[in-house]
Design a binder for this molecule. Structure first.
Ligand code: NAP
Length: 310
């Protein structure tokens, strides 16, 4: 007979790791399944400014490293596998992975979200060849080059400022004439001499020959398009895209109640299926931050314990 865990957590981002710490600490037999690196989106975040207690600059990878260590310290086991199918009804939940099958009395879905692409021609072709979704991963490739950042939210503005450490100049391309980012973040960006702003503009096409060499942008007010060509000496430039996220929820479509790709839960992280919980960015919620993901994870694990006891 296969082992039956008390709790299986899918995803090792802040929500999954916080759930792992709480479940482990409650002495539940806990397994965290992650298909990739720990951390989800925060491993591509250069600085976490607003996690409570974070007065010194801390990077996403550093924070996630501490969270992973804490979950392991409390006894949560971890396995690297990609879950391809789930059977969530009944007392024992069955998760099918590429490497094996996993059984649990409860499941916490903490699969998070991934960066949203622009969706324009050339974007896929030049990803990793000029186009990036991760400033910490790829910023250094553009040392003294021109860098463009697409988006106007917290991520775009914060990552653009981080990229000023590398780029000769960083130009934020935003589709409106006002940023969505928090005012405190905006103030820093407007005060940064290396930051430039291209308002009312969208990226229509990314072009090149092996590497990115130009992009077509459109003025959203006049409808005019023009081509931005790489500096002749550089031969290329960087385009970093931060326009929001898409949930990792396909696996659960038709298995739990969902809305626009996100999982619906109550305040206790319960889905409509008994013993199945969701935590973090994958669920319908108003604020997707590390602090709310971690809080969701803590609640989900505590409720999983209650469910098993009950
Ligand atoms: P976001 O807040 O959803 O902002 C997305 C930005 O991209 C918006 O400015 C949006 O323009 C633009 N956009 C969306 N689709 C676009 C498209 N197809 N083409 C061009 N532009 C497009 O996303 P985010 O900045 O990634 O942040 C996600 C969540 O994480 C937010 O809740 C944010 O507060 C949080 N976050 C917080 C921090 C922090 O507090 N330190 C850091 C990072 C992220 P419009 O403005 O016109 O809609």
């Amino acid at each position: 007979m296969e082992k039956i865990y008390d709790v299986i957590i899918i995803g090792a981002g802040p929500a999954g790791l916080a759930a792992g710490s709480y479940a482990g600490r409650a002495r539940m037999d806990t397994l965290i399944i992650e298909k990739d690196k720990d951390g989800g989106q925060i491993v591509i975040t250069a600085e976490i400014e607003n996690y409570p207690g974070g007065v010194d600059e801390e990077s996403g990878p550093s924070l996630i490293g501490r969270m992973a260590k804490q979950a392991e310290h409390f006894g949560a086991q971890k396995v690297k596998d990609t879950i391809v199918d789930v059977e969530l009804e009944g007392d024992v939940k069955h998760l099918k992975g590429l490497k094996g099958d996993y059984y649990g009395k409860t499941v916490i879905i903490a699969t998070g979200a991934h960066p949203k692409p622009i969706g324009c021609p050339g974007e896929k072709e030049f990803t990793g060849k000029g186009v990036s979704y991760c400033a910490t991963c790829d910023g250094s490739f553009f040392e003294d080059f021109d860098i463009y950042v697409v988006g106007g939210g917290d991520s775009a503005v914060e990552e653009a400022m981080y990229l000023t450490k590398f780029g000769r100049q960083v130009t934020l391309i935003h589709r409106r004439d006002q940023l969505r980012a928090a005012k405190s973040i905006q103030e820093k960006a407007f005060a940064n001499p290396k930051m430039k702003f291209m308002w009312n503009t969208t990226v229509e096409e990314l072009k090149g020959d092996g590497i990115l060499t130009s992009m077509v942008v459109k003025d959203t007010v006049t409808g005019e398009t023009r081509e931005i060509v790489a500096n002749e000496e550089d031969g290329t430039f960087g385009v970093f895209v931060f326009i929001g996220f898409e949930p990792h929820g396909e696996l659960f479509e038709g298995k739990v109640e969902m809305k626009n790709g996100y999982i619906v839960t109550d305040d206790n992280m319960k889905t409509n299926i008994p013993g199945v919980f969701a935590a973090g960015d994958i669920r319908v919620k108003s604020l997707r931050q590390v602090v709310t993901a971690a809080a969701d994870g803590a609640i989900a694990a505590t409720q999983a314990e209650k469910y098993i006891e009950g």
